[in-house]
Design a binder for this molecule. Structure first.
Ligand code: MIC
Ligand code: SF4
Length: 653
């Protein structure tokens, strides 16, 4: 067997330099980019700070979709800045109300066989179309927008072979949850999940999008499905048949790792609060009552998701003790569900409709009461994710959510489903196409001045790497810390994004409110964490905030890909404990010291850390590629690009 995987084909088609050997550094050509109203701020502030002056990637996109609540003027001020960037540099703008970036992207923009780099961790949702979508921090996306290749460590490919066909009671979300339960939240770090097998052709593009979307929760670099007949049909239904290109793995593709799921045996699943991999079948979960249920998000906001929920709720009322909220993934779906009567059914049942946006999924609006138990069809349930630090969030598919909306407690859907009716809901043959909320600009620079937002403060930039690093451990954390723990998703914090000094005051706020002041007072410090550090979003404030507070190095047992890259981009060293005992032996407040950092980095990558408080030393490991080492040496991506451009300009002169 020496056939090529689909991932291998796409990466080698786009390889600019480097090697595709797993773990090696590679540079790949990118076809399109995605930033949104939250991640776009640092992306464009970084773009300016790096002195970049043109957008050269073929299809750059800005989506205004995350924070549409606008509790005060700051959100719209920031959006005006972003829209002026988009007009000046020729990005397409998906206007507020047009929908959630990933949903709009795969419905209206994505093209099979291309590579997307998005400043959002769920960019792999586009894998439903046979697009290789990779999430990254805003700075990386800024550099890619300017026309540079994307740099990463070449991933391994995990083949997920699907057999059989889903039964009416189960859905694509159950497949994603089942995989999470099996593989865990860090089970796919360094891997791309490639789907194959006869079960694939039974899944529609939106079902594939649900599954591809949640690869992010397993730490995957991306997830990809073949671009086959289902994709062709979907693109035709979208009036975009011209975008179609057959993209398949070779029949004898050689996968290093494989696992098989029989779709016909998948049952309704639920993730218990805390982490999305705490998964059990709904039938085996302990009884729980919910005060709030939300149906929607980039994971479960498709036409069939909402239509199926409507048919479960049709002619019934939501439970008197439960607030039930819903939102469509995009405006196209909203219009069609309105036309076809499904929104009416949901509203009759007592469901409250929100606009097509992220909103509650990331703590912007609809924060539940303290200590509430809630059920959502979203993808993340880390503590604090709903905006209420002690609320407990369960995750499920739309059918379980709709059944639970009737009973007010976690319920399997079978009793509430009329299977013959549900089977009538098919993937639409024609979507209603109206791109009136999708503005496209010419890429020739307009010279338009950028709108100033009063919230924007200059981006802090780190000094080049010093000879030695010393300071106290300003925070010691255990396993499974998410980026939602680092930057809590609450409106008052998230709206501080263009103001790094202010936002940094809230870092780790729900875990240790004294951290920011302590780290700032130390001036230079270390952060110590356990396994699976910084799972979750691409939110790079989790990195730049630490840098701003003087954190020089983050010592962890393992770390998630996007945050690792963000730390390096801001000049903060990610280092890996070699032994669990070494992690256990370090205490918060211990004074650590690393001498001749650069020499140790370019040596065998083993770095000696002296614990001066305990009078002992231990080793950590650096797994930086040569390019990443250069970034650390320069103080991060901004000074690195500035100096490279400076040198180029000197040569040109
Ligand atoms: C998320 O789902 O956590 C977000 C909000 O979409 C983030 C983006 C961000 O915080 O800028 C993500 O997934 O990357
Ligand atoms: Fe938006 Fe939630 Fe999807 Fe993130 S996970 S893009 S916040 S809907």
């Amino acid at each position: 067997m020496d056939g090529k995987t689909l991932t291998g084909k796409l990466l080698s088609d786009h390889l600019v330099s480097g090697s595709l050997e797993a773990g090696e550094e590679c540079r790949i050509r990118v076809d399109s980019t995605l930033v949104h109203d939250m991640s776009g701020l640092l992306a464009f502030m970084g773009f300016e700070a790096m002195g970049l002056d043109r957008v050269a990637v073929s299809a750059p996109n800005l989506f205004i979709d995350h924070n549409l609540v606008a509790m005060d003027a700051s959100s719209l001020n920031d959006q005006e800045f972003l829209q002026s960037c988009a007009r000046r540099f020729g990005l397409a703008i998906s206007r507020p109300g047009n929908g959630i970036c990933h949903s709009v992207y795969y419905h209206r923009l994505g093209r099979p066989g291309t590579i997307l780099v998005g400043a959002d961790s769920h960019s792999a949702t586009a894998g439903a179309l046979g697009v290789l979508g990779i999430g990254a921090g805003g700075l990386d996306v800024a550099v890619v927008m300017s026309g540079e290749p994307f740099q990463m460590k070449a991933p391994r490919v995990l083949n997920v072979r699907l057999e059989g066909k889903l039964r009416a009671v189960s859905c694509a979300k159950d497949v994603a949850l089942l995989l999470l339960g099996r593989l865990g939240v860090k089970g796919c770090v360094g891997r791309i999940m490639e789907y194959s097998g006869p079960g694939v052709e039974t899944l529609t593009v939106p079902q594939r999008a649900t599954i591809a979307n949640m690869g992010a929760e397993m730490g995957a670099t991306s997830s990809i499905f073949p671009a086959d007949e289902q994709v062709r049909r979907f693109l035709c239904a979208q009036g975009r048949e011209e975008a179609y290109r057959l993209c398949l793995a070779d029949p004898d593709a050689d996968y290093e790792e494989s696992l098989t799921i029989d779709l016909s045996r998948v049952e309704p699943m639920v993730a218990l609060p805390g982490q999305p991999d705490r998964v059990v079948p709904v039938s085996q979960a302990k009884p729980v009552e919910f005060s709030q249920i939300f149906i929607g998000s980039c994971t479960n906001g498709s036409y069939t998701d909402l239509a199926r929920a409507a048919l479960v709720l049709r002619g019934r009322k939501v439970h008197s003790g439960t607030a039930v909220l819903a939102a469509c993934g995009n405006r196209q779906i909203y219009q069609m569900l309105l036309r076809d009567g499904y929104i009416g059914m949901l509203v009759d049942a007592g469901v409250r409709f929100l606009e097509c946006a992220c909103g509650p999924c990331m703590g912007i609006g609809q924060a539940p009461a303290s200590g509430a138990k809630i059920l959502r069809t979203t993808n993340r349930n880390y503590p604090g994710r709903s905006g209420t630090p002690d609320a407990e969030m369960y995750l499920c598919g739309t059918e379980v959510a709709a059944a639970s909306a009737i009973t007010g407690q976690l319920s399997t859907p079978a009793r509430w489903m009329d299977v013959s009716l549900l089977e009538k809901i098919k993937e639409p043959e024609h979507y209603l196409v109206d791109d009136g909320m999708l503005l496209r600009y010419d890429k020739a620079p307009t010279g338009e001045p950028l709108c100033d937002s009063p919230n924007i403060r200059p981006m802090p930039v780190k000094e080049p790497l010093s000879r030695e690093i010393s300071g106290p451990v300003s925070l010691k954390l255990s396993d499974g810390v998410s980026t939602d723990d680092i930057v809590p998703p609450e409106p008052k914090i998230l709206t501080l994004r263009p103001n790094v000094p202010e936002l940094s005051k809230y870092l780790f706020h729900n875990l240790d409110p004294a951290f920011a002041a302590r780290a700032a007072a130390a001036g230079s410090s270390f952060l110590v964490a356990g396994d699976g550090y910084a799972q979750g979003s691409s939110r790079e404030h989790a990195a730049i905030g630490c840098m701003y507070l003087g954190v020089q190095a983050v010592l962890v047992r393992s770390i998630h890909r996007i945050h690792r890259a963000n730390l390096i981009n801001y000049g903060v060293l990610p280092l890996l404990f070699e032994q669990q005992e070494d992690w256990a032996a370090v205490d918060q407040g211990d004074q650590l010291f690393i001498e001749s950092v650069w020499d140790q980095l370019v040596g065998d990558g083993r770095i000696r850390v002296e614990n001066r408080s305990k009078g002992c030393s231990f080793y950590v490991r650096s797994d930086l590629t040569p390019y990443e080492r250069e970034l650390i040496r320069a103080g991060g991506l901004i000074p690195y690009i500035r100096s490279r451009r400076g040198n180029r300009e000197d040569v040109e002169r």
